[in-house]
Design a protein. Structure first.
Length: 224
């Protein structure tokens, strides 16, 4: 018996239960389904325009940059501009996301690479599952479409965020995740990213890119 099993067995003995009683299981399942919501900040609440405005302000406060385009087809030109103006190499690695594959990359001078990163890529791109207005945070799920390595190993990380996926708060993103994937089907990893990597461990001096991307550029896609 493992230490965990030993502890749980002791709790069951003290309660005089076996752990598989139908009544107890029903009570737990009911509690999970009808759990009362916690306190949700008002900062990110509002209509789509208000959520975008707060998201942009909070993301930029966290030292991310943000641009808006009307359609997915317009995103490559904006991404090429960002890389060019920051003197970044004209290469870009992406996963198998069909939305990225359908973009007109041939209209730019960028060399497009595919698959997970091995840590030697200067620039990577991902599509966010959602955005959280209250803190300017991106929610990214793992998988072949958008490998997690693309989020953390490059110097410059570009994230495409659908305008309609900007939620007011974390609770809304979790609800959307459950609705999208269903019970037991959620991605292995859900990453929350707010701004580029940073650290102030040494003499309280802020250093960007300490443990991940030095730059985070968000491209919001969708008509207002």
């Amino acid at each position: 018996m493992s230490a965990r099993e030993s502890v749980l067995a002791g709790i069951r003995r003290s309660l005089g239960v076996a752990g598989d009683e139908a009544t107890r299981r029903f009570e737990v399942e009911t509690r999970l389904k009808a759990a009362p919501p916690g306190v949700v900040p008002k900062r990110g609440q509002g209509d789509a325009a208000a959520r975008l405005a707060v998201f942009k302000a909070e993301a930029e406060r966290a030292q991310a940059s943000l641009a808006e385009v009307g359609t997915w087809a317009e995103a490559p030109a904006e991404i090429a501009r960002f890389l060019r103006e920051n003197n970044c190499p004209a290469t870009l690695r992406m996963g198998a996301d069909a939305r990225l594959a359908a973009m007109p990359w041939g209209e730019t001078a960028l060399e497009i690479l595919h698959g997970a990163s091995d840590g030697r890529d200067a620039n990577t791109i991902s599509v966010a599952f959602g955005g959280i207005a209250e803190s300017g945070t991106l929610a990214l799920v793992s998988g072949a479409d958008n490998p997690t390595t693309l989020n953390f190993l490059a110097e410059n990380h570009i994230v495409v965020l659908p305008r309609e996926a900007i939620a007011a708060d974390y609770e809304s993103v979790f609800a959307s995740l459950r609705a999208t994937y269903g019970k037991g089907q959620a991605p292995r990893t859900l990453n929350f990213i707010t701004g580029p990597s940073r650290s102030a461990d040494i003499e309280q001096t802020l250093l960007l890119g300490a443990h991940g991307p030095r730059r985070l550029h968000i491209v919001v896609v969708g008509e207002a």
